[in-house]
Design a protein around this ligand. Structure first.
Ligand code: ATP
Ligand code: MG
Length: 450
């Protein structure tokens, strides 16, 4: 890899057509941005809350993302991808602290998620297609997580495709029968689609992939819009994969996280689902989209996906019409949030949010189908053991989760008796082998136990 400091970057929206959006420039510690006049004329809004289109130079004054507007910060890998770039530049003798946000964007170049790209492009351009061997990638990722350096860093950096999130992952092209997994062709071969495949972090156990897959089945049964998901079975292990919704064949689709849209740092902020529903209403102006956001809230609360932070929800822009929609759901699994609480609170409740809080949220937003949505999600969650079976989880692993989210009737009675009067949150399932912990390698500590 090569590196040179980035002082000025051109930003593009590579959607149905390639459009220059504007320019980013470093001025001391400040970052300046200016929209291109031709882009202003399109009327498209890439980030309407924090970077609405207007002429002239703009500076982010709340500094949540080191001076970078949230829409550009969304292009930057955090967690795993950040750790890889840090290690790769250190191999060149450059300290990670020397890298500015603009330097990091130059390394994203044209290989980022969503539809934004950056020039000059320092992302590795020698991208001969390779066939991926998932067990080998998992092994390489584990060595990096253990702190061992080596040539694998650059290989993994390329495969990561500037994706965000704490877990090791690769972006890949997958054949329709899921048997062939490749990375790097300039254009998608016939019958292939863009996917993302995840590998366990140091905190995950071997069942993490199957658990996330079971959750994707349960979410779909609950009516949550999910991309296609698959449990890729290699020789040694099984890995969770999800079809990318920021690609339609090779066309790139602009994606913006809730964190980026609202300038809410997902590591420290604790948004409420009320804010998500409000943002969805203002952005999409569509009550159906608000109900989709509400259904996601119901799923995360009732299925105990407590790592539901502001980067785990995104929106997509149709660059032909300017219309925003809520992106399909992702990163749904049994997990704990800060201090074991729900990362995104429900009407102020983080400790033990329940159907009552969800109901109040639906009422506040005047949702037509609020009660029906809660009931549909409850029914899907009650079927947990069926989804766990379909994903091939062991009975023991399934039970650890089932006891928390869909306890058998006798267990419910016991829990009720035990918790009256209710004063404290239930502790997290001790030793829940498949629970997603929040201590993330390479990620900054979050609030509470993060
Ligand atoms: N199907 C998808 N299509 C497009 N982008 C996706 C998809 N799934 C995830 N992403 C993007 O990749 C990022 C990382 O994925 P994900 O959240 O599943 O990983 P993670 O490492 O488990 O994250 P976390 O740090 O929240 O635990 C997401 O924040 C989102 O931006
Ligand atoms: Mg995530």
């Amino acid at each position: 890899m090569k590196h040179r400091p980035a002082i000025l970057l051109n930003v593009f929206l590579d959607g149905r057509q390639r459009r220059k959006i504007g320019r980013l420039a470093a001025q001391g510690r400040r970052i300046l941005f200016e929209y291109d006049p031709a882009f202003l004329a399109t009327g498209l809004q890439i980030s309407p809350f924090k970077l609405p289109t207007r002429s002239g130079v703009m500076i982010d004054d709340d500094l949540v993302f080191d001076g970078l507007f949230g829409v550009f910060n969304d292009s930057l890998p955090d967690g795993w991808g950040r750790l890889l770039l840090d290690r790769a530049v250190e191999r060149l003798g450059i300290a990670r602290q020397e890298l500015t946000p603009l330097d990091r964007l130059a390394h994203v170049g044209q290989h980022g998620m969503g539809a934004l790209s950056y020039e000059p492009d320092l992302s590795n351009s020698d991208r001969a297609p390779v066939v991926l061997e998932l067990d080998a990638i998992a092994r390489d990722a584990a060595t990096v997580l253990k702190g061992e350096e080596g040539a694998v860093i650059e290989k993994l950096l390329k495969l990561n495709g500037a994706s965000a999130g704490a877990r090791p992952k690769v972006v890949a092209q997958v054949s329709a029968d899921k048997k062939r997994i490749i990375h790097g062709p300039a254009t998608l071969p016939d019958g292939y689609a863009h996917w993302m495949i995840k590998f366990p972090s140091a905190q995950d156990d071997a069942a993490a992939g199957a658990t996330e897959y079971a959750y994707s089945l349960m979410a779909r049964a609950a009516g949550v819009a999910m991309p296609e998901t698959h449990l890729f079975t290699a020789k040694k292990k099984r890995y969770f994969g999800i079809k990318r919704f920021d690609r339609d064949a090779d066309r790139r689709i602009h994606m913006h996280s809730l964190a980026g849209l609202l300038h809410a740092d997902h590591r420290v902020s604790s948004l409420d689902y009320d804010a998500l529903l409000k943002a969805t209403q203002i952005l999409t102006k569509d009550a159906t989209e608000v109900e989709r956001a509400f259904r996601l809230a119901c799923f995360n609360v009732l299925a105990r996906n407590r790592d539901d932070h502001a980067k785990n929800v995104s929106f997509l822009l149709d660059d032909a019409t300017g219309q925003w929609t809520l992106a399909p759901a992702y990163d749904l699994t049994f997990s704990s949030g800060p201090g074991g609480e729900q990362s995104m609170t429900v009407m102020g409740e983080g400790r033990e949010p329940n159907a009552g809080h969800l109901s109040a949220l639906a009422k506040k937003h005047d949702l037509k189908h609020g009660a029906a949505i809660i009931a549909e999600v409850q029914a899907a969650v009650a079927d947990w053991s069926k989804h766990a079976d379909a994903a091939g989880l062991t009975k023991k692993a399934a039970k650890l989760i089932g006891d928390r989210i869909a306890p058998p009737v006798t267990k419910v009675a016991k829990l009720k008796a035990k918790s009256a009067p209710k004063t404290k949150a239930e502790p997290e399932a001790k030793g829940a082998a498949t629970a997603k912990t929040t201590a993330k390698p390479g990620a900054k500590p979050r609030k509470g136990d993060r």
